[in-house]
Design a protein around this ligand. Structure first.
Ligand code: QAP
Ligand code: CO
Length: 173
């Protein structure tokens, strides 16, 4: 099978990253095509998770692969959290939309989410560790939230300036 065309990943502080995604009405070939392109884009960028919001598609679709071998693709369509553990932990996060920036964010250690898979079947998924963090991070994207919003305004403004400058330098050729 040939590789689908890659999608462009929006970069912070692009205002489109703050769009709230709407639920997918039907898991059809259009949605499966989007998922295929999102996986290709995520693997190409060496990411472990990508939300449709990040590729400027404002529908509730997430692709994830936290495996070392990059062979455990997971799709979450219209995900809803059923349960968060009270236990929280602060861990280092990054984001394909915030390249080169990593900082600590506190999240629940475990979560249980219900979502449709690529076949449109509703499944409940219990996750812990990196997968649990990744699901929470990606679900934030669908609500228009980027992880840097958990950091102090000072840090966030420094990150904003740094990324805007990097984007200007790239445009300058
Ligand atoms: C979200 O993030 C995540 O800065 C997914 O230069 C991150 O895939 C969940 C990436 C950490 C849990 C823990 C970031 C690639 C990938 C970069 C990613 C970069 C290249 C981030
Ligand atoms: Co992200």
């Amino acid at each position: 099978m040939t590789t689908p065309p890659l999608l462009t990943i929006l970069r912070f502080p692009d205002p489109r990253l703050h769009t709230v995604a709407r639920p997918v009405a039907a898991v059809d070939d259009r949605v499966r095509g989007l998922i295929e392109r999102m996986f290709a884009t995520m693997y190409d960028a060496s990411g472990i998770g990508l939300a449709a919001t990040q590729v400027d598609v404002h529908e509730r679709v997430i692709v994830i692969d936290v495996s070392e071998e990059r062979n455990q693709p997971m799709v979450l369509i219209n995900p809803e959290v059923e349960w968060y553990s009270d236990e929280k932990r602060k861990g280092e996060e990054g984001c394909l939309s915030v390249p080169g920036i990593y900082d600590g964010v506190e999240r629940s250690v475990s979560v249980r989410v219900r979502a449709l898979d690529a076949a449109g079947v509703s499944r409940s998924i219990e996750a812990e560790g990196l997968l649990a963090v990744c699901i929470q991070h990606e679900m934030d994207h669908l609500m228009g939230k980027v992880f840097v919003e958990y950091l102090s305004p000072l840090k966030r403004n420094r990150i904003k300036s740094k990324l805007l400058k990097a984007q200007r330098d790239e445009e300058r050729v």
